[in-house]
Design a protein around this ligand. Structure first.
Ligand code: ZN
Ligand code: ZN
Length: 377
């Protein structure tokens, strides 16, 4: 899927300040928030697209990588997979003080029900580059990515050293406030503490009160033989940490295939284009063809035509399910000599003279057809 430019998504230009970015995200997130677009899948997708753009552009490090290398630059940066997340979670994840100022009472109160419940962490995405040899045999790869971990400075509380969260003065620690009056009093999530009942007076400097910091992580993953471009390999519990003791999300590692000098993949088959000379094609020969493990001998029969395909059984890639190997296909192209020395020219002219008398069968047929088509006059 083609991704849109993040600046375009947020409708800002490349020089936008952190405040501009925040403002743009706030505006769009409110516009596309599902509470305002009940059940509108397109609005939801737009919302997620904005969140993804915001995740990158609001993070100095990720923004720098994106500016330099585009979407490619972010693989391994520990991006959230927003398409797998629900909107409520995305809405709550950017821990910016009063980013939405409690505009969505409805959504917050829905959220408050989950507020202190253990929830699973978010999934992350990264990618791994594989050679065709990796795919033929399967491989073990070491991948490095960034994910959130509990802040070591504050142990995840978000409070500055030596301080503790204190009771929220607005809701007196209940996490809820009542709205409306008289008969129809409604409880909704407290806008100051977002339903947690606690507020942090002095934020931890290291994590700016979020309780989380990005950390490099290195894991080894097993790549099964036969994987395809774009396929995701799930590494369970290597995603973001969960909330309130919930389990970590998963890491999805997407496969990218490094181009091979000579071989191209076609399903489970490998295709090699091999040039031969017109004399080799005419007289027949044995040639060396590239394969995954070195070169292989291939017999070219006399009279081989341009584009003929030869099959080397079982020398392709294994099927990811059955393990059965595909074939290697060798397609020959025939090179016409561009330069002749005197001797060659003489021999070929001799050959041409002989050819005029005994025209090769295919072209005889062609000339006949041509004459018939345009009328023999
Ligand atoms: Zn901290
Ligand atoms: Zn409160």
């Amino acid at each position: 899927m083609d991704k849109r430019d993040y600046y375009e998504v947020l409708g800002i230009n490349k020089t936008a300040s952190a405040d501009d970015i925040k403002r743009a995200y706030r505006r769009l997130a409110m516009k596309y928030h599902p509470d305002k677009n009940s059940g509108d899948k397109e609005a939801e997708n737009k919302f997620k697209e904005c969140a993804e753009a915001y995740e990158v552009l609001s993070d100095g490090e990720k923004r720098k990588r994106y500016d330099q290398f585009g979407h490619q630059g972010l693989s391994g940066a520990g991006m959230h997979d927003f398409s797998r997340m629900n909107v409520e979670d995305i809405f709550g994840m950017f821990d910016l003080d009063n980013l939405f100022g409690g505009v969505f009472g409805g959504s917050h109160s829905r959220r408050s029900a989950h507020q202190n419940r253990a929830t699973r962490g978010y999934d992350l995405e990264t990618s791994v580059e594989l050679t065709l040899n990796d795919i033929a045999k399967g491989a073990e790869k070491t991948i490095e990515f960034t994910r959130q971990d509990n802040c070591g400075e504050c142990g995840g509380s978000g409070c500055a050293k030596g301080t503790k969260p204190s009771q929220c003065p607005t809701c007196k620690g209940s996490g809820q406030v009542s709205r409306g009056g008289g008969f129809f009093q409604m409880l909704s999530s407290c806008p100051q503490c977002r339903g947690t009942g606690k507020v942090i007076k002095t934020h931890c400097k290291k994590c700016r009160g979020t309780g989380k910091v990005p950390k490099k992580r290195v894991v080894k993953i097993k790549i099964p033989a036969g994987v395809h471009e774009g396929q995701g390999i799930r590494v369970s519990s290597e995603g973001e940490p969960g909330q309130h003791g919930g389990p970590r999300g998963d890491l999805y590692c997407y496969v990218r295939i490094k181009p091979h000098e000579f071989l191209q993949r076609d399903g489970n088959n490998l295709v090699a284009l091999v040039p031969i000379s017109f004399t080799q094609a005419t007289l027949g020969t044995t040639i060396d063809v590239p394969s995954l493990d070195g070169t292989k001998k291939l017999k070219i029969p006399a009279g081989t035509q341009y584009g003929n395909i030869f099959r080397i059984k079982g020398q392709g890639l294994p099927d990811i399910r059955t393990g059965r190997s595909g074939d290697q296909l060798v397609q020959v192209t025939i090179e016409t000599p561009a330069k002749l020395n005197a001797k060659q020219r003489e021999l070929l002219e001799e050959f041409a003279k002989a050819e005029n008398k005994t025209v090769s069968p295919k072209s005889t047929g062609f000339m006949d057809k041509l004459k018939k088509y345009f009328g023999n006059n």
